[in-house]
Design a protein around this ligand. Structure first.
Ligand SMILES: Cc1cc2nc3c(=O)[nH]c(=O)nc-3n(C[C@H](O)[C@H](O)[C@H](O)COP(=O)(O)OP(=O)(O)OC[C@H]3O[C@@H](n4cnc5c(N)ncnc54)[C@H](O)[C@@H]3O)c2cc1C
Length: 438
């Protein structure tokens, strides 16, 4: 049995979009030269690149949900150039430089699409603040400064007063600003890319693939009302790759949550002393991510859960508790906005691995996957999906060699119940250690 995504329907980014165009679903017996499951950043990028490389091929991109309902449309909207914290600590300088240039290639690719198709998604080259609240966070920032110096990357310290002028709160003691990250409205970006796919890509939505098998040397994908037969299958299914029988004991399903306010009114803006359109991630990694959007909403993201059932076990009570924690974090920063309600609280699932290694490659004859982005998948999904298409058609490039250099095999997980106990303990410990930044 293939377990399907369990995403809630309360994502603020998605709710802010116009109603989606009529859906096209998988029906009847289809054949394709290439099929891609998963229309998030990875699957969308793979489909586009395949279409460029094979303009005469029939390419089907299929998703269980509408485009932008999955993690790619419900994240915090940072497109981050710098590698993940743990990758930044990698002893091999070439590894880090390659990650950086891959992420930057992804960013310029996304920027190109936003410009070419005029995608209205608040795409902004505004960099990112990494904010500390107290001594522990500041020590993390000092460590981060060393890593930036080692890499030769630009950064700037932002002291409390200046920071207050940007964020409109004096909650943070200091921050480091790095200029290379972008902000966007993720559901708008992802939908925009889905609406502007090349002509030889057919996008099928609300069409979960429930069974995968090999028949006469071809892969057969079975949905509720139809099948697809294909010699080459690309999986852009992130954590759900496990469900197709691959990397089964190597990926960890983690859920994190966000809430946002309605747009602040003109009157409320008079009490807001900060700027619009900035993003801050916590110095201490289990802390709170904070954004003020271009359209005046304040977004709070924190809390992690290990979700072997992809969120099916997140009860209304748990959701209420998360909402209350977000509220606490919001009011600690903006007590003057007590009367401004949250309009949406939502969660999303992504894949991490215990050794923070991303998988990229051929899983078996004719099946390719990019899985496990360790929570920074906007850039990583884009570049890994693109290069997965190169791999699937046998193209060669420096970027393909670079991604093969920096990826590997996620480490094996211990068996249950030790895995669940261990992850819960790690999440609780990280939350406690980062408590000042929640
Ligand atoms: C709240 C939150 C905040 C985050 N913030 C950031 C951020 O600011 N920046 C950042 O870079 N990353 C962030 N992330 C992580 C980021 O969203 C993910 O890393 C990224 O979306 C992964 O993209 P993907 O294309 O690999 O996978 P996904 O977006 O997960 O796409 C996988 C797709 O596969 C589909 N699927 C699964 N099973 C099936 C099936 N059986 N049949 C058909 N389709 C199937 C799903 O419906 C889904 O659409 C955040 C995540 C969350 C949840």
């Amino acid at each position: 049995m293939i377990a399907l995504p369990n995403d809630d329907n309360s994502c603020g980014w998605y709710a802010a979009l116009a109603p989606a165009a009529p859906v096209k679903k998988l029906k009847g017996s289809q054949t394709a030269d290439y099929a891609i499951i998963g229309a998030g950043f990875a699957g969308l990028a793979a489909a586009r690149r395949l279409a460029e490389l094979k303009p005469d091929a029939r390419i089907i991109l299929i998703d269980a949900q509408r485009v932008a309902e999955g993690a790619s449309g419900r994240n915090s909207g940072f497109v981050i150039d710098l590698p993940h914290k743990f990758s930044l600590e990698h002893p091999d300088a070439a590894h880090k430089q390659k990650l950086l240039s891959l992420n930057r290639a992804a960013i310029s690719q996304l920027q190109g699409l936003v410009e070419r198709f005029n995608i209205d998604c608040q795409w902004s080259a505004v960099g990112k603040y990494q904010g500390a609240v107290g001594e522990r966070g500041e020590a993390h920032l000092q460590h981060f400064e060393h890593l930036m110096k080692d890499l030769g990357e630009p950064y700037r310290w932002v002291e409390k007063e200046e920071l207050k002028g940007v964020l409109g709160t004096d909650y943070y003691s200091r921050a480091i600003f790095t200029p290379g990250s972008y902000l966007m409205q993720p559901a708008a970006l992802v939908r925009g890319m889905g609406e502007n796919l090349p002509e030889n890509v057919e996008l099928l939505e609300q069409s979960p693939i429930r069974h995968l098998e090999k028949q006469d040397g071809k892969w057969v994908l079975k949905g509720d009302e139809g099948t697809i037969q294909t010699p080459k299958l690309l999986l852009g299914t992130s954590i759900f790759t496990k469900e197709f029988g691959y990397l089964k004991n190597r990926l960890l399903p983690v859920m994190t949550f966000a809430s946002w306010t309605r747009p602040l009114s003109d009157l409320e803006m008079k009490h807001y002393t900060g700027q619009l359109n900035w993003g801050l991630t916590p110095a201490d990694h289990a802390g709170t991510t904070l954004r003020m959007t271009a359209d005046r909403r304040i977004l709070i993201r924190n809390t992690y859960k290990h979700v072997p059932k992809y969120g099916a076990n997140i009860s209304d009570d748990i959701r209420r508790g998360i909402h209350d924690e977000h509220r606490k974090a919001f009011l600690a920063r903006y007590p003057e906005f007590e009367s401004v309600p949250f309009t949406h609280t939502w969660g999303g699932v992504y894949a991490i691995s215990r050794n923070f290694t991303n998988f990229f490659g051929e899983l078996e004859n004719g099946v390719y996957a990019s899985a496990c982005d360790n929570g920074v998948g906007a850039a990583w999904g884009t570049i890994s999906g693109t290069l997965l298409a190169d791999l699937a058609v046998g193209a060669d490039s420096q970027s393909l060699r670079d991604i093969q250099y920096v990826t590997g095999m996620p480490s094996l997980n211990p068996p249950e119940p030790f895995l669940g106990m261990g992850v819960k303990f790690r999440i609780a410990l990280a939350k406690w250690q980062s408590r000042s930044e929640l």
